[in-house]
Design a protein around this ligand. Structure first.
Ligand code: UTP
Length: 296
């Protein structure tokens, strides 16, 4: 059976978005009309993923509540003649199964994925970061392509990358491709946040991965790095160094990665999604033009 399971880590503290994230998960922040994590779930569902394992932590129960079927709310909308809002709850009807586990200490992304190991139980799986949307409204099909390539080439891992400006490489895990970078390409290394003049490419890790269960062995043996965190990048590097087959693929040019982890990127994402909204976008664009004039 093809991969239909994704691990969605949502346990991070989101300190870069304080005070917004003091008492609400960053993954529940609104981007346009939906919270970030709903776009992530809908994207995965469209890519034929039907089981989601959320790795949660303190203060994240709003995520579990959001994906519950809220019968009372549905009845209330019907009884008060507000049926038109029922379509906004359509995502509740997606045939998704939800599983939740906790990361009891914030020891980094690699550690969060390791927390899901008992639920993954030896299966091949996708990892989708809960604070990143791929494509406007999460319309990307990249995960589907990645799963297909993972299965047909018997890779150990497939990673999505986004081309970033040269000076931006210092913020991301950067690919060192073996040779070509079109289509799917093999990696000879992955370098975490390199200085601009040492970056092996401008391809930054873009929040979507496919793995087999070997990654857990590597995560288990990865020493904590910066800030005492277990880095996923370190585990992938050792996997490659041991001869593991790790492939990369670029996001199509029309599919940006919206990482809402910083205010710069969060504001950009909100504006882009709101402006793309068929109902509210046209008026918002007009108002924005007026606001822009006042800055000239
Ligand atoms: P980030 O790398 O942005 O870390 O997480 P963070 O801790 O959430 O944010 P800052 O740096 O404090 O602002 C990327 C994804 O990995 C998850 C986050 O929830 C987010 O979806 N994550 C991160 C975990 O699940 N556990 C961790 O220990 C760290």
């Amino acid at each position: 059976m093809s991969i239909d399971l994704a691990v969605v880590p949502v346990a991070g503290r989101g300190t870069r978005l304080l005070p917004l994230t003091k008492s609400q998960p960053k993954e529940m922040l609104a981007v346009g009309k939906e919270p970030v994590v709903q776009y992530v779930a809908e994207e995965l569902y469209r890519c034929d993923i039907h089981r989601l394992v959320f790795v949660t932590g303190p203060g994240k129960t709003a995520i579990e509540n959001h994906f519950d079927i809220d019968g009372e709310l549905i009845t209330h909308l019907r009884e008060t003649g507000k049926e038109e809002f029922l379509q906004d709850l359509a995502f509740e009807r997606d045939q998704l199964e939800f599983f939740y586990t906790r990361q009891r200490r914030q020891l980094g992304l690699g550690h969060a994925i390791l927390c899901a190991q008992p639920l993954v139980d030896g299966q091949n799986f996708v990892v989708a970061l809960g604070d990143s949307i791929i494509g406007v409204n999460g319309q990307s099909q990249i995960v589907k392509l990645m799963i297909h390539e993972f299965e047909s080439s018997q890779a150990d891992a497939v990673i999505a990358f986004e081309e970033v400006d040269r000076e931006e490489v210092v913020h991301y895990g950067i690919a060192k491709p073996c040779n070509k970078t079109d289509g799917f390409f093999e990696l000879s290394d992955l370098v975490e946040k390199p200085p601009v003049d040492e970056a092996p490419s401008q391809l930054a890790v873009a929040a979507r991965y496919v793995f087999n269960s070997k990654i857990f062995d590597y995560l288990e043996h990865t020493e904590p790095g910066k800030n005492g965190e277990i880095q996923l990048t370190d585990a992938i590097r050792t996997l490659i160094a041991d001869g593991g087959k790790v492939l990369g693929v670029r996001l199509p040019t029309n599919e940006k990665r919206f990482d809402i982890g910083s205010f710069e990127r969060y504001f950009e994402a909100f504006i882009e999604f709101a402006m793309a909204d068929p109902k509210y976008g046209p008026q918002l664009r007009k108002v924005t033009e007026k606001i822009l004039e006042s800055y000239i």
